[in-house]
Design a protein around this ligand. Structure first.
Ligand code: SF4
Ligand code: MG
Length: 328
């Protein structure tokens, strides 16, 4: 059994007109202990909303959520809010793009960590304080013993992100969900923070669900990848498989537009057009308006996510041909 199983997850919001905004349209995925699954997509693809639905942090209503989210076989979507909060709070750690919004500006980082450990783990004041120092040290903040007495604003952006990671792992969750954890940081700091997350994931055996728009990050840290477009998973593969040759034209476009050191092309490819409005999804394949391979079937019929050899899956009518051109 997978640690985290999401099945046919759908999320919609009331739209400006009569049509609801369909942000997530039937996402299924499974996360195994010790593995990293990246959800890759442009902004507006539904990847963050998927993560938020899994974490149970969407307001319901206005969000309409259906489907299934199971942690160790236990359904989370139907749990009463209090139980849900307890399960998510203790078993699912979360790291967001904006640490400043996640941290409390009026408490020191030591107080925030200690409070969490005392409330959720029943640690004594002194044990909680000791553990807080260990956690700050664990995320490689120098002079942890002193730094626990500082407030969030006294840290740099990268250091604040490390503190959010310390908070996320404080209760030793089974799953860590990181939504664009390094997007707001400088490039050099991004790599260090991503390396820290990967290292903690390896050491702890946690499962990591990583939400990102960055294929470079996927290549560096993920084992598996689910590419999202218009609220659906359009390709699911291992990272090796997708880099060897994608089985969906959208993934193909993303790869072609990725800057690479081994390619001297002056001009990078850009996928033409923009993602569809989730309140007005087109008929047929949601990618057909931007797809160089679109034909009449694509314009008329929605391709379901369908299995391919070696555990892959693609939601493209022409998936077999794509695999054939890329020689696997
Ligand atoms: Fe392109 Fe057709 Fe495949 Fe959609 S189904 S991605 S339009 S080839
Ligand atoms: Mg997002």
């Amino acid at each position: 059994m997978a640690l985290l199983e999401v099945e046919d997850l759908r999320v919609s919001f009331p739209g400006p007109g009569s049509a609801p905004v369909r942000a997530v349209n039937g996402v299924s995925l499974a996360l195994e202990p010790g593995r990293t699954l990246a959800i890759l997509g442009e902004s507006g693809s539904g990847k963050s909303v998927t993560a938020q639905a899994v974490m149970g942090i969407l307001d319901t209503p206005p969000a309409q959520v259906s489907g299934s989210v199971r942690l160790r076989g236990r359904e989370l979507l139907t749990l009463p809010p209090k139980r849900r909060d307890k399960v998510s709070g203790e078993e699912i750690g979360m790291v967001f793009q904006d640490a400043m919004a996640a941290l409390n500006p009026v408490y020191t980082v030591g107080e925030q960590l200690s409070e969490l450990l005392r409330v959720r783990r029943g640690l004594s004041r002194s044990d909680a304080r000791r553990r807080a120092v260990e956690l700050v040290d664990r995320v490689r903040i120098p002079a942890a013993k002193d730094r626990v007495r500082d407030y969030p604003h006294q840290f740099s952006g990268g250091m604040r992100q490390r503190i959010m990671i310390a908070l996320a792992i404080a209760l030793e969750p089974a799953v860590l969900i990181a939504d664009e954890p390094t997007t707001a940081l400088d490039v050099t700091v991004q790599a260090q923070v991503m390396e820290l997350i990967a290292e903690i994931q390896r050491d702890s055996g946690m499962a990591l669900l990583l939400i990102t728009h960055d294929l470079g990050v996927v290549a560096e840290v993920a084992d598996d990848v689910a590419v999202m477009y218009a609220g659906r998973i359009v390709e699911r593969a291992t990272v090796e498989q997708i880099f060897a040759g994608p089985a969906h034209p959208y993934a193909e476009g993303l790869l072609a537009s990725m800057p690479r050191v081994d390619r001297r092309d002056e001009e990078l490819y850009a996928i033409p057009g923009a993602p569809p409005n989730p309140a007005r999804l087109p008929a047929g394949c949601p990618f057909h308006l931007r797809c160089p391979r679109a034909d009449d079937t694509c314009r008329a019929t929605l391709p379901p996510l369908s299995p391919l050899p070696h555990g892959r899956a693609s939601a493209c009518h022409h998936r077999e041909e794509l695999l054939h051109v890329s020689h696997r």
